[in-house]
Structures are given as C-alpha cells and as structure tokens.
Ligand binder design. Structure first.
Ligand code: ADP
Ligand code: MG
Length: 298
C-alpha cells in the first residue's frame, strides 16, 4: 500500500541515522501509532517505479522476527522515500544497551539466547528469500512491549543501497571483515554482525579496541582491528561472579569466525546447542524490557 504522508501526524522523533530519520507518527484516519522512516535519495525518476517495486517486497514479508511493513511513499518530488512500519515500543537494542549501562544491569545468558535465536530466525527468513540484511547492528534490532525481538532496515532496495553506499552509512563497525575488505560476501556477513552485537550487549562494551589498549582510535583504525586483531572472545568476570557457559562461548566463537566462508549459516546456528537450550527455556522478555524501560512489571 502507498501511504499519503499528509495522513501521518508527527508524535515525536525516535532517532536519526546517517541515511535518514525515524519518527513516531499517528495515522489520523485510524489512530494507529506507527514508525515512519524517511530516507533522502538522489532523485532519479526513472528508478522510482523500480524502487517502489522493491519496497513491495517489504509488504510480502510476514515473520514475527521482521518488523511489519505498513506501506511506503515518495515525497518532495520523489527525492525522499518514506517507509511506514510497526512501532516497537521498547526501541532498539542500541537504546536498551544505553539503559543497561546506565542502570548497571547485565544481561543474562537466557536473554542473550532469546535475542540470538530471534535474530537468527529473522536472518533465516530473509535468506530463504535471497535477501542479505547488510546492516545488522543494535540500532536495527527493535523490541516490542511484549519483548519480541525483530529486524528492521534490511537491504531490500538495490537503489537505496547504492545511494547510501557513498556515505559512511555504507560502513559500520559491526561489518564483517570480508565486507570491510571488499570481498564477496553472503548472509554469513550478517552472522558476524550478530556476533559483534551480542558481544557488546554481553559485556556492555564494544569489543574493539581491546580492553587495556589506547581507547581513543580513529574510525579507520577501528576497522583495521576488525580485520586484523584477534577475534573477540567471551570474557568471564569472576569478581562479579560472571562465568559464561561453554555453550554460549562456543556459539559466539562460531558467529565470530573471521573467515566469511567458514562461518556458519543462520540455519546451521539455529541447531547450535546454545540455541537449542535457549528454546527449551521459558524466558520472560516482557519483564526484561519493562525493567529496562522503567515500565510497571507486566
Ligand atoms: P540507525 O539505525 O543508524 O540508528 P535509523 O534512522 O535507522 O538510524 O534509526 C534511528 C533510530 O530510530 C534507531 O536507533 C531506533 O532506536 C529507532 N527506530 C527505528 N525503527 C524503529 C521502530 N520500528 N520502532 C521503534 N524505534 C525505531
Ligand atoms: Mg536503522
């Protein structure tokens, strides 16, 4: 469906990335609260039919692990693309991570497991449809009030990927080594990015530069760490009684295999003992988000 942007009333700004911004909006016809992402593009009228067709792929997505897409629109003489999607009340893992740091709340292995299995199921869904996400990072993993974990902002549109490629949006510190090195890549690149994301949530700290080393490094240096430094490993912290299980250590090591060819596919990781264990556990994700967002206990 194509939205009329005039029907969407701004409630508040949710955030801004390099490629655009996201607002919480309300549909004045139905009252429904939604998230609206606006991306600037190089206006190329000959491309816009194709772009809308690509965005239609979003309509066909139907998975509990992918943010629901309500519609899109072109505005300002086709120079901006609007994507209207499900609003996820708890925001992204990025903002939840800030709350964890502020509150000194560490994340249990069970919660990490639930995040991991949800992202892997989302990636597996995309993989079956021949889509690579390309931008897995904490801000592109969003969480609902009920604690469901979902992917957004995946690389469905070739045109948008092109127009963002020139900007720094094309580069991210969660990017797999093979992508930083401009080598061919697959959905396995997304698995690396998941590994980096989980590592950051587990330790409340981005893994590079390694602890103890000079913490102020230029972005380009940080990228060279990702390509050359030893891969991050799960660190126990006995002073606070934190000891990771062998299962999660093995799982993380598999996500963070440096070689893009040897790294497993999402479907393979869904069979990893850590994920199998996670699936047998009842994990109250709603309680976890409520604590982090200062909501009354569900
Ligand atoms: P980035 O992902 O690089 O931070 P974006 O423009 O994609 O930049 O998103 C900006 C912020 O908007 C994100 O960090 C996230 O917190 C928030 N956001 C994006 N999509 C949603 C959504 N569907 N529901 C709630 N918050 C969202
Ligand atoms: Mg995003």
């Amino acid at each position: 469906p194509v939205f009329n942007p005039d029907d969407l009333v701004l409630i508040r700004r949710l955030g801004e990335g390099t490629g655009g911004s996201v607002d919480m909006v309300q549909d004045r016809r139905t009252g429904k609260i939604m998230a609206k992402k606006v991306i600037a593009r190089t206006a190329n009228p000959s491309m816009h039919k194709q772009l809308l067709r690509e965005l239609q792929f979003l309509d066909s997505c139907d998975s509990p692990y992918i943010v629901e897409h309500y519609g899109s629109f072109l505005a300002e003489h086709e120079s901006i693309v609007g994507i209207v999607m499900e609003y996820c009340e708890a925001g992204s893992l990025d903002s939840l991570l800030q709350n964890m740091k502020r509150k000194g709340m560490r994340c249990s292995e069970h919660v990490l497991g639930r995040i991991a299995s949800s992202v892997l199921k989302g990636l597996d869904y995309l993989h079956e449809r021949r889509i690579i996400h390309r931008d897995i990072k904490p801000s592109n993993i969003v969480v609902t009030r009920q604690g469901a974990v979902k992917l957004c902002d995946f690389g469905v549109s070739g045109e948008l990927i092109e127009s963002l490629a020139g900007t720094f949006t094309g580069t991210s510190f969660y990017m797999a080594p093979e992508r930083i090195q401009n080598k061919p890549y697959s959905i396995k690149a997304d698995v690396w990015s998941l590994g980096m994301t989980l590592h950051e949530i587990a330790h409340l700290r981005f893994p590079f530069p390694p602890e103890g080393e000079n913490q102020s490094v230029a972005p380009i240096e940080l990228l060279s760490y990702i390509v050359t430094a030893p891969v991050p490993v799960m660190m126990d912290d006995p002073t606070v009684g934190r000891v990771w299980s062998e299962q999660i250590k093995g799982f993380m090591a598999a996500c963070l295999i440096r070689s893009g060819t040897e790294r497993p596919y999402p479907w393979q990781l869904l069979r990893h003992p850590f994920i199998i264990t996670t699936e047998t556990k009842k994990i109250n994700m709603a309680k976890w988000v409520a604590a982090l967002c200062d909501w009354p206990p569900p």
